[in-house]
Design a protein around this ligand. Structure first.
Ligand code: BTN
Length: 223
């Protein structure tokens, strides 16, 4: 398996993505995996923080060289496979189970240097009462045991390899089959409308009052 070696594990670290970026800049090979039992400055999207109780979550980052253009979607569908048949992907890559977010994905990189760091946090064994009060409505967990975290990581790496290697159209079909937004009202910084699926470039199509638009990136909220 090309993802996961070499592996550097920290019992406690600021952010696995931060370590991943540093290693990527120093020439770490494709597939280098950084994991942590606990993060003190876990990074989320849009400048948010990402936190998880120690030992209960997958907290990992991978150095990916010459990454596919739709890496965030590949990661979303890989995490959804781990989360089970009921998991849905909320474009671009939040993974929901029963409408609750069980995993977050943060891709950071330097396309001009042809590397990306793929950071993934999955609430594998987080108990609902351990979630921060402000997240209790929206966050979820896979409801597994702490000893399941490592096997879940193995499975995640296997699914990631599969989807990174897949033909883009096959990967997009898998994302579409799990699309949490299609047919639903969505809002984003620039407007609102009804989600109309994911196009061949991985963009979210939205039917608005003034026509169809395709969102390239960013975040949408269920209306
Ligand atoms: C999101 O906001 O949905 C993305 C969250 C990404 C969190 C993961 S945890 C492992 C990796 N290291 C970080 O600092 N962030 C990502």
């Amino acid at each position: 398996m090309s993802l996961g070696a070499p592996r550097i594990h920290f019992r406690r670290v600021d952010s696995t993505n931060e370590r991943g970026r540093e290693l990527a800049q120093r020439g770490a090979p494709h597939g280098t995996l950084i994991t942590a039992g606990e993060q003190t400055a876990g990074r989320g999207r849009q400048g948010r923080i990402w936190s998880a109780p120690p030992g209960s979550a997958i907290l990992c980052s991978l150095v990916i060289r010459d990454h596919p253009r739709m890496l965030p979607l590949c990661a979303g569908v890989a995490v959804a496979d781990l989360a089970g048949p009921d998991a849905r992907v909320k474009w671009p890559n939040d993974v929901l189970v029963n409408g609750r977010k069980v995993a977050g994905i943060l891709v950071e990189g330097r396309p001009q240097e042809r590397w990306a760091v793929l950071g993934i946090g999955v609430n594998v064994a987080v108990r609902p009462d351990e979630l921060a009060p402000e997240l209790r409505e929206s966050a979820g967990t896979l409801g597994l045991r702490r000893q399941d975290v490592e096997p879940a990581l193995e499975r995640l790496l296997e699914r990631l390899e599969r989807w990174i290697a897949a033909a883009p159209e096959e990967m997009l079909e898998a994302v579409r089959a799990r699309d949490a937004l299609v047919g639903r009202r969505v809002k984003w910084a620039g407007g609102e409308g009804e989600a109309a699926g994911i196009d061949g470039d991985g963009r979210l199509m939205v039917q608005t009052d003034s026509g169809r638009v395709a969102l390239e990136a960013g975040e949408v909220h269920l209306g």
